[in-house]
Design a protein around this ligand. Structure first.
Ligand SMILES: *Cc1c(COP(=O)(O)O)cnc(C)c1O
Length: 370
């Protein structure tokens, strides 16, 4: 699904030197490279504050903590997503309120969000699934109307750009009150371990998130808040600082692979290629097909041919054992349930060449008799 080895080999001297420098200075935690990377990322995104943390899940949790949400507060989140988006809501004793998604973009349905709002609703977590922004113009409008916070889960969408009605362009994760990303190795900007970050233009929320991520401590050993310990290691920051220089090229490589896939599958009746949403660029964390017919058999047959293909996600949140809830029954979120039964993500990374793409697409088509 990914080829991190070939990607590393192309920038090996820079990466090795950056890692060596951290080792030479032995500033493994809170080294100066953290600040450098933070500033470079702020500049890239055009956001006032980047707060590096331990991983994307922590970024989401710390954001919700920074907003001061209390037990019983409701947070709206799509049911078709990676578990982390809802996990942190549950962990903090907040109430996840699930909504269905759009069948073409896989992102939260605006209609469903509006219907899910109650007097207890405090926040919305839009997930920019697979690398394309949700309908943020509508979400921000709803949030303003109902006085709700918006925390974007941009873990799959760093570098994606959203264009508002007035022409204003904003980076994914920098639209809502807070945005979160993950630097997990296979993410679009991946480090060589775990990492994550929070984005915000709000000075107070930034300060609050920084304090929470550092044991709730402003002055050393004086704890004003209950916090956590969540930080990006200096070695990871050094790697990310080098890789950030290549992020635009990495995105372009993913988009080129997606274009190849799109063209190859055009006209195939049993294959629905991922929709492009006019207001957002797509950075293709995943290239996800909807298959008509036996999706599982296709996945197994591709595996036989040496082609990995993955199901993101096989079970929507409301049908997960840990998230069983009397409020939700099978059938309640028809689109998400349908997607779980038909989606198939093909290999997507920065190093796919024409020969590989040709091999993958030819096999997918012939296995479906297309
Ligand atoms: C990867 C991911 C996360 C969590 O990031 P980690 O760094 O693995 O904790 C959260 N939400 C989504 C949508 C993700 O894809």
């Amino acid at each position: 699904m990914v080829d991190l080895k070939s990607q590393y080999e192309k920038i090996k001297p820079e990466i090795d030197a950056a890692i060596q420098e951290v080792i030479d200075t032995t500033t493994f935690v809170k080294g100066p490279i953290i600040n450098t990377f933070q500033q470079n990322l702020e500049q890239y995104l055009g956001v006032k504050h980047v707060i590096p943390v331990g991983n994307g899940t922590d970024a989401l949790q710390i954001s919700l903590m920074a907003l001061g949400l209390k037990s019983g507060d409701e947070v709206i989140v799509p049911t078709f997503t990676f578990i982390a988006s809802a996990e942190v809501i549950a962990l903090l004793g907040l109430t996840p309120v699930l909504v269905d998604v759009e069948p073409d973009t896989f992102n939260a349905s605006i209609d469903a969000i509006e219907k899910a709002i109650t007097p207890k609703t405090k926040a919305i977590i839009p997930v920019h699934l697979f690398g394309q922004c949700a309908d943020m113009e509508s979400i921000m409008k709803i949030a303003k109307q109902h006085n709700l916070y918006v925390v974007e889960d941009a873990c799959q969408a760093i570098g994606s750009v959203y264009t508002f009605f007035d022409g204003k362009k904003v980076q994914a994760g920098c639209i809502g009150d807070m945005g979160c990303t993950s630097f997990f190795p296979s993410k679009n900007l991946g480090c060589y371990g775990d990492g994550g970050a929070i984005f915000t233009d709000n000075d107070e929320l930034a300060e609050q998130a920084r304090v929470i991520a550092n044991h709730g401590m402003k002055v050393r050993y004086y704890h004003d808040l209950v916090g956590v310990n969540s930080r990006l290691d200096s070695i990871q920051a050094a790697i990310l600082n080098e890789k950030l220089k290549h992020l635009d090229a990495y995105i372009a490589a993913r988009q080129a692979a997606a274009d190849f896939y799109d063209k190859a599958f055009a006209g195939c009746k049993k294959i629905k290629t991922p929709a492009r949403y006019s207001k957002s660029t797509h950075v293709f964390h995943q290239y996800t097909l909807q298959i008509e017919g036996d999706r599982n058999a296709l996945q197994a047959a591709l595996k036989e041919k040496g082609i990995p293909a993955m199901i993101y996600y096989p079970v929507p949140l409301h049908l997960q054992k840990a998230y069983k809830d009397e409020r939700y029954q099978p059938g309640d979120f028809a689109v998400s349930e349908k997607l779980s039964s038909c989606v198939l993500s093909l290999p997507m990374h920065t190093e796919l060449d024409a020969e590989q793409l040709e091999y993958i697409t030819a096999n997918v088509k012939s296995l479906l008799n297309e």
